[in-house]
Design a protein around this ligand. Structure first.
Ligand SMILES: Cc1ncc(COP(=O)(O)O)c(C=O)c1O
Length: 429
């Protein structure tokens, strides 16, 4: 029964209970959180875990300043504002991301302008950026999606040529490098998320980084109501210098983040080991492919994406149809795969309807420009979403034994592809 599909009653390739969840946590994390109770310091910008996390993160990224926040979205919003983006400015970003990237631009009443992706590395295609620049453009926001660093060399050149700032969405790319530099330490501002699933996880949370004194000051005020809030114990002026939010993190979360941070390098190394193994093995199985590594940097594999290639098996169907059939067969084998985005960000209703703050804000700020969004204008993003699926569990505490089972599962499903497609067609009827 070893070669019989689980869908046909064969033995499941990956046993129940073999896939462990992220993030791995243990007594060290428990102790870190108990230390907060013991310290009696539960909040504030000078709380010890906040300060230590900021210092360690700045050192790790190779930058001057880091600020812990309560989410990746708030860190990114601070990165947008810290880069000097103003209402009505256009910010160029990738059509392929979680929409919080674009939301962070809208939160500052600026206007996202989308660019399609490089189909191989699924990050913003630098070759398409210059065509999207207008007199209103003030920044470019590459999204280092799925742990894949965007091709920053040409992006930084374009930014310099047109006097634009670069705002990095590194929410999914803690520790990734580009041309030898770690994200967070590359100009101008960066936002990280430490939400539950991320390479650095604290349940919820975020971190802003920059090298620039003014960007730091701006972001610091923004994090606390627009005020300059001194360390606890010193008298606060209670005077807002401008609009701010409450983007402060919780000290319990800071403690968890700090404790998890100690294991980030080893966890990232495991993700890389698993991903490289899978990509090497999948290359030997016609019908599926893993992601390649770019010549310009080192990815950290926040997620592991698999491409379905009907052409490699002479199948008369689309990649999307093949994917749908295979994901079902793989699930039966215990190889869990999931869909992430369903469309390019500009194809979401918020952009189709320009439903931001209401009353057309922020788009009406440029009433001489007609902003028309459509997902179909980004065919490479559409194709990427259709042809790819996400393999669950490619992180510690899972191990190589699981990765080997995954490969066995792919091998089995691809070896039985005609039956897999037949079963899918039967269930459609
Ligand atoms: C690419 C990207 N940008 C921004 C965010 C927003 O981060 P958070 O959920 O922590 O606000 C996320 C988080 O899921 C993300 O994946």
């Amino acid at each position: 029964m070893a070669d019989t599909l689980a869908l046909d009653g064969g033995t499941k390739t990956v046993e129940e209970g073999m896939v462990k969840s992220w993030p791995p946590h243990d007594e060290r994390d428990r102790q870190a959180i108990m230390d907060v109770f013991d310290s009696d310091v539960f909040h504030g910008n000078s709380a010890p875990h906040a300060v230590e996390m900021q210092e360690k993160w700045a050192e790790y990224c190779g930058c001057e300043y880091a600020l812990v926040t309560n989410s990746g979205t708030s860190a990114l919003h601070m990165a947008v504002a810290g880069a000097g983006v103003l209402p009505g400015d256009e910010v160029i970003t990738s059509a392929f991301s979680f929409w919080a990237s674009a939301a962070a631009i809208l939160h500052h009443c600026a206007i996202p302008v989308f660019v399609d992706i490089d189909p191989v590395y699924y990050t913003i295609d630098p070759a398409l950026i210059e065509d999207a620049i207008t007199e209103r453009t003030t920044a470019i926001m590459p999204v280092h999606i799925h742990g894949m660093p965007a091709n920053l060399g040409p992006i930084l050149d374009i930014a310099e040529k047109h006097n634009l700032k670069v705002i990095h969405d590194a929410c999914q790319a803690h520790g990734a490098t580009c041309d030898g530099d770690r994200l967070g330490g590359i100009e101008f501002t960066t936002g990280f998320s430490t939400n539950r699933s991320k390479n650095l996880s604290s349940g919820e949370g975020g971190i802003f980084t920059t090298d620039d004194d003014d960007a730091y000051e701006h972001a610091r005020r923004m994090r606390e109501f627009g005020e300059v809030v001194p360390p606890s114990g010193e008298q606060r002026e209670y005077n807002a210098f401008g609009l701010g939010w409450n983007y402060r993190p919780h000290e319990f979360v800071n403690a968890f983040m700090l404790s998890q941070f100690e294991r980030l390098p080893e966890n990232n190394a495991k993700r890389q080991e698993f991903a490289r193994f899978l990509t090497e093995q999948l290359a030997e199985i016609p019908g599926v492919e893993g992601p390649p590594e770019p010549p310009w940097g080192e990815p950290v594999y926040f997620t592991y994406v698999v491409e379905f290639r009907p052409d490699q098996l002479d199948l008369d169907c689309t990649a999307g149809e093949m994917k749908q059939a295979c994901v079902k067969a793989l699930a039966a084998e215990g190889v869990g795969m999931g869909q992430w985005q369903s469309r390019p960000i500009p194809g979401q209703d918020v952009f189709l309807e320009k439903e931001g703050f209401g009353r057309g804000v922020p788009w009406v700020l440029n009433d001489d420009v007609e902003y028309d969004y459509s997902g179909e204008d980004y065919p490479l993003t559409v194709e990427f979403i259709a042809a790819h699926s996400y393999l669950r569990g490619v992180y510690p505490p899972n191990d190589m034994a699981l990765m080997e089972r995954y490969v066995d599962g792919f091998r089995k499903v691809m070896a039985n592809i005609d039956r897999v497609m037949e079963l899918a067609n039967e269930s459609d009827e």
